[in-house]
Design a protein around this ligand. Sequence first.
Ligand code: GLN
Length: 313
Amino acid sequence: GAPPDSDLVDEAIQDAYDRSVDTDDGKVADYIPILAKVDPELFGISVVENDGSKHGVGDVDHAFTIQSISKAFVWALACEELGPEKLLEVIGVNNTGLAFDSVMAIELNDGHPMNPMANAGALASTALIPGKTADDQWERILDGFSRFAGRQLEVDADVYESESAHNQRNQGIAHLLESYGRIDSDPLEVVDIYTKQCSLLVTATDLAVMGATLAHGGVNPVTGVQVVSDEVCHDTLAVLAASGLYQKSGEWLFNIGLPGKSGVTGGIMTVAPGKGGIATFSPRLDNAGNSIRGQRATAYLSRRLGLDLFASS
Ligand code: GLN
């Protein structure tokens, strides 16, 4: 259908906010001490349309680390560089049905990561980013993310440091992938780049612009810059539909009918292909690691704005 009228979007996000702000279910991520300090009441909803217009309510300018949402963009950048066949072969595009940091998922599939939106597959995606050195790979990721956001992004040094001191599990996953031949560079360097990409600071507005870029054939609707190809957007959104909300991706697709990606700091980026990007930020999470207010607000918006891809009308 046609994109929704601009005033309707403003009203809809205010209603989505009002209907979601009263829940205090869930708890904030506390796997590293610094994240547990976040104000759990922060809440923002941002929509960026494919014509570049921006709508926001609440804490849309509060910066938080992107965490798992980075997996979508590193996969897109790797796909742009290497093509989908390579990523299908090395990583795959299926949901594992297991938690994002699962080691069992690797073992159950003979060392094949399967899911690029869980840690094993995300580490393998990061390893595929071209570059002579780890620094070159990182520069390419930072540059690509900044083009998706339309501004220069930066790492939160404190979160990066804290994550680096507590990422033994990801180190273990990377070593396991190396043993199965799924990573062919230094696994600890791969984990370090991955930890940096997770520590990039974004706002809900940034995430909505990044999502709108995926909704708009890879052209950032604010800057006009082509970041990735149209085909890469299609492939990335298909991956998100299958696995963007961890082991709850089926429920998400059932309720919301759009590709999305969540992260443990409480962001959810959702893409309405051909229309725009939606981002919510609220730190309290369900047991899979998905923001509770974010899911509620996005479900409301999808219905109210007629965005569900599976609806006949
Ligand atoms: N830094 C986190 C990790 O890799 C991010 C995971 C997430 O957002 N689910 O463990």
